[in-house]
Design a protein around this ligand. Structure first.
Ligand code: ADP
Ligand code: MG
Length: 715
């Protein structure tokens, strides 16, 4: 189908499908849908027998073991609540190693004879599911013929109702393990890492004089970037459908150079979509706080308030499910890929991370005078130590094929992991190490040069957008995650490596205090040592610059550019030691992840490579040849020669790609991933280069694919 301008006109004239629009009086509390579809604490309080409610809360608040005798009562209350909300089915929702969320629906209703049915849901069905689920990747933990896997209820993440125009579904967040008890999912290690961190942090807090805190929670607040394009264009592009990104497309005359999109007024259709998405997420108890346009044309961001890591991670999975779903109602497609458009900024996910006690203290909040906050300095030093030791693992935790187009491409942090502390904190640590100078920075105000504007308190440091791991006031912001990623593994890593470093520093502190030393002196000594040993990972300058890359190499920091370079870090001795010591993942469980992720890389590379070959052969080359024929008819030899030459270049490149797509025998695992990177992806680049040149010369009405300027600018 040749493309014609009127299609763009239709795309621009959107109208909502399915009666998506509607407003209500938000001054009326009953109209605020927050938590409407969540089996939340208030709903539990109202519906559960008193003693059951109390026991369940203890599990949630103190991380105590779940008393399974509660299950029947909870299941009965949950079922009644769900049926009242129109549910016909329930599902144990879990997160297999695909990085996605999985669900298998079971009906509540069982035939009860004489043509009737009875709604049933027992405690056993709540606690345990046994999905066959044999086709999920296990990385060798389980062979496909050994189908048995279990899902186990996670009471710490509340159950909820998912709506559909034709009914509703009760969703129960669950963990997924093999028959032998190995974790086959993303949730189990995350929960284990939260326990590990809590133990280490409580131990340290006791030494630091806090006897009140019994549990420490890690927190996460993700900032999700995404693109929206009209669905017409999406369905015209096999590359978007197959690979989630465009494999062809010349750079448009206008990109983001005018910065006229960033934080700009949000287009009407997009805002309507955002409002409905936020309403749907609110019903599910996901506390969305922020929305704005991002840097690239067609790019946006959504961010929630932070929550504990487990709930925050589940909510992030839901966000990634709701955004694409709601987008369709507005004739839009939501792209979560890390790099949907070459030459245009890609999408990441900032992972704000901190630790907080059950008494309500944020352990990474420096207060007004960080130099005097022993506990803050201690935990901050532990984080620096952890990041320095496990740089490679942190890099691996954000590795996927989409990220390889982004990290280090002057739009996202580099593949080198470093910590940005900010001027004030850096000064504090440097003063502690040198024993010289006053670590205190006097509080200052920002005068704006006119008395009509208020004086603003000045932050302790400027921001550094280029840092992969930046201290931002009262939390660290791990900025290297990709937009399509689950939060679970990066946070599992953060929690585990922090648990290890906190434990080690606590051990040293314990030693110093055992002789009855002064607490302030002992903590200062521990902080001094930890910072001095690990400050090589701290960097306050421009992470995009070539000087930094050279400097990082001199410092011996790792620079793992691509996914096949980074993934082996999952099995590095330091990783295995930390993960086994804190019972987060066994060596076998780590191996299974390594295997699954390398295979995913190779498979996705192959899908991209085959899609490129087929689009080039069946769409782009025919368009070029039609144009050659046209020029031939018109006797326009000079231009015909130019197009012919490009078509020849394309044909040669297709030949090379075809050869690369023909795998050599017997190559697998990481070797296959490396093969795919060095052969298939490299050959794809050549095909694309020729095709993109053709795009700029072939008659527009013959070109078979929507162009960047259409997809990114028609809203
Ligand atoms: P930015 O200026 O980087 O966009 P925001 O103030 O918008 O920062 O916050 C970004 C994210 O940081 C939000 O999702 C927020 O919930 C999260 N955040 C704030 N405090 C914490 C914390 N203690 N732990 C984890 N995340 C936090
Ligand atoms: Mg941010």
């Amino acid at each position: 189908m040749p493309r014609i301008r009127p299609q763009n006109v239709t795309a621009a004239q959107w109208s909502p499908n399915g009666g998506a629009l509607g407003t209500v009086d938000m001054s009326h509390p009953a109209n605020n849908p927050f938590g409407e579809n969540v089996f939340s604490v208030p709903v539990q309080r109202q519906r559960l027998p008193k003693d059951v409610f109390k026991k369940l809360q203890r599990t949630l608040e103190k991380g105590e073991a779940l008393d399974s005798s509660l299950a029947d009562a909870v299941a009965a209350a949950m079922k009644d609540w769900a049926l009242e909300k129109g549910a016909t089915h329930y599902t144990h929702m879990f997160q297999p190693l695909t990085g996605l969320t999985a669900e298998k629906h079971d009906s509540f209703f069982n035939p009860a004879g004489e043509g009737t049915a009875l709604a049933e849901f027992s405690g056993k069905e709540l606690i345990q599911g046994e999905p066959d689920a044999s086709s999920f990747p296990t990385g060798g933990v389980r062979a496909t013929f050994e189908a048995r896997g279990y899902t186990a209820w996670d009471p710490t993440s509340p159950a909820f109702i998912l709506e559909n125009p034709n009914g509703t579904l009760l969703c129960i967040p669950t963990a997924f393990a093999s028959w032998t008890g190995e974790a086959l999912d993303a949730k189990i290690p995350l929960l284990r890492s939260m326990d590990a961190l809590s133990k280490s942090a409580v131990r340290a807090l006791k030494l630091l004089g806090d006897d009140a805190s019994e549990r420490v929670f890690t927190t996460v607040g993700p900032e999700q970037e995404y693109f929206l394009i009209d669905e017409q264009y999406y369905f015209e592009r096999p590359d978007l459908i197959n690979a989630g990104r465009t494999l062809f497309g010349a750079k448009p005359p206008k990109g983001h150079e005018l910065d006229d999109h960033y934080f700009g007024s949000i287009p009407e259709r997009v805002l309507a979509f955002m409002m409905e998405s936020e309403r749907e997420l609110a019903k599910l108890g996901v506390p969305i706080k922020t929305r704005h346009n991002e840097v690239a044309p067609g790019q946006y961001e959504i961010a929630p308030m932070f929550e504990n890591s487990n709930v925050g991670s589940d909510h992030q999975q839901l966000t990634m499910q709701i955004l694409p779903k709601v987008a369709r109602k507005y004739g839009l497609i939501c792209l979560l890929h890390e790099k949907p458009f070459a030459g245009v900024n890609g999408s990441g996910k900032h992972n704000n991370w901190s630790m907080g006690t059950d008494t309500g203290v944020n352990l990474l909040d420096p207060g007004d005078t960080p130099a005097d906050n022993l506990s803050f300095l201690f935990f901050c030093a532990a984080v620096i130590k952890a990041v320095n030791r496990h740089q490679g693992l942190l890099r691996a935790s954000v590795a996927n094929i989409g990220q390889d187009h982004r990290l280090g491409a002057n739009e996202a942090p580099p593949a080198i992991i470093s910590v940005f502390l900010g001027a004030e904190l850096e000064k504090v640590f440097e003063a502690i190490v040198s024993g010289e100078g006053d670590p205190h920075t006097p509080g200052s105000f920002l005068g704006l040069g006119t008395p009509v504007l208020p004086a603003l308190p000045k932050d302790g440091g400027d921001r550094n957008r280029t840092s992969p791991f930046a201290f931002t006031g009262n939390k660290f912001e791990f900025r290297a995650l990709g937009s399509s990623m689950s939060l679970a593994f990066p946070n599992t890593v953060l929690n585990t490596i922090a648990a290890e470093a906190i434990d080690e520093l606590a051990e040293v502190l314990e030693g110093k205090l055992s002789g009855g030393g002064d607490l302030a002196e002992a903590v200062t000594a521990v902080v001094k040592e930890a910072y001095a040993d690990n400050k090589q990972v701290c960097f306050g300058g421009d992470n995009y610059s070539d000087e930094w890359h050279a400097e990082a190499e001199r410092r011996g920091l790792k620079n793992l550019r691509t996914t096949p370079d980074a993934l082996p870090e999952v099995l590095a001795p330091a990783t295995v030691t930390a993960f086994e010591r804190y019972d987060v993942l066994s060596k076998r469980e780590l191996e299974s992840r390594f295997e699954v992720w390398t295979e995913q890389y190779a498979s996705r590379a192959n899908i991209e490579a085959e899609t490129t070959e087929s689009m080039a052969r069946t769409m782009i080359l025919p368009a070029a040849l039609r144009y050659v024929a046209l020029l031939d008819d018109a006797d326009f030899d000079s231009l015909e020669g130019e197009v012919r030459a490009l078509a020849e270049e394309l044909v040669a490149a297709i030949g090379e790609l075809g050869a690369a797509n023909d795998y050599p025998d017997g190559i697998e695992g990481i070797d296959l991933a490396i093969y795919a990177r060095d052969n298939q992806l490299a050959a794809m680049d050549k095909v694309r280069a020729a095709a993109d040149k053709l795009e700029k010369i072939v008659a527009d009405d013959l070109w078979p694919l929507p162009k960047y300027e259409e997809m990114l600018f028609i809203k």
